[in-house]
Write a protein that binds this ligand. Structure first.
Ligand SMILES: O=P(O)(O)O[C@H]1O[C@H](CO)[C@@H](O)[C@H]1O
Ligand SMILES: O=c1cc[nH]c(=O)[nH]1
Length: 234
């Protein structure tokens, strides 16, 4: 057990999928894994371990925002020896050509948050994805005929943003979409020599106001999970 994860040693796989929403972890584990077993319930942050195509996989919630994800990712890597981490999250599009349901593979993640300013101070560290995972996820998306965009995203600390100028600057600099965790995930993976990728589904559009219905979310999120699983074990 670690401070925030109740799993026993050996109950967590070396490869972990990380949705923000613990209920998405439950749904994905019950939908895609064989013999999923719940390995964490501490604070309601559900984690499941099972197999996919014969390989052990854990799917574990992170909560929303970088401080929450940081707790789980630190403990997964340092206390459970996790080596590959793929976030499966929702995201808001920031470019006209990125549509609802599309997939976004985050090559880099810009942020104002602590991974950059708190640790690196005057240096602007560039958190980036693992190339092998990114390439495998792109191949998996293309082979399914899924619209997929690869590029920079923005990891914001605030869902209800009081800095519309920042969003506008991100759009002007080609940032594809906004979410709230990837910069910290990539920074922790770099620090600990792990592999990380964020596979995201566009759930709403900041420029057009379009948003997925709950039914649409289910179908769109299924493709994201399959692509993350295929990339993780490729
Ligand atoms: O769908 P998840 O993975 O939670 O990700 C996005 O959704 C949450 C905001 O609604 C934030 O966590 C953001 O990053
Ligand atoms: O963080 C997020 C996630 C989805 N959509 C947004 O606008 N922001």
């Amino acid at each position: 057990m670690s401070i925030h994860i109740g799993a026993q040693p050996g109950e967590i796989a070396e490869t972990v999928l990380l949705p923000g929403d613990p209920m998405r972890a439950k749904w994905a584990a019950e939908t895609f894994l064989d013999r999923p077993a719940c390995v964490n319930r501490v604070r309601g942050m559900l984690g499941y371990t099972g197999t996919w195509q014969g390989q052990r996989i854990t799917i574990h919630g992170t909560g929303m925002g970088m401080p929450s994800l940081s707790i789980y990712v630190n403990e997964l890597i340092r206390d459970y020896g996790v080596k590959t981490l793929i976030r499966i999250g929702s995201t808001g599009a920031m470019q006209r050509e990125v549509a609802l349901h599309d997939l976004v593979l985050a090559m880099t993640a810009s942020t104002l948050s602590t991974p950059s300013s708190g640790i690196f101070r005057e240096l602007n560290f560039a958190p980036c994805a693992d190339w092998g995972l990114l390439e495998a996820a792109h191949r998996a998306a293309v082979s399914r005929g899924r619209p997929v965009h690869v590029g920079g995203i923005y990891s914001s600390d605030a869902f209800y943003d009081e800095r519309p100028d920042l969003n506008e600057a991100m759009t002007r600099h080609g940032i594809l979409a906004v979410e709230m965790e990837t910069a910290e995930l990539y920074t922790l993976a770099a620090r600990h020599g792990a592999r990380a990728l964020s596979v995201l589904t566009v759930s709403d559009h900041l420029l057009t106001g379009a948003a997925m219905s709950s039914q649409e979310r289910e179908t769109g999120f299924a493709a994201m999970v399959e692509i993350a699983l295929e990339a993780a074990l490729s």
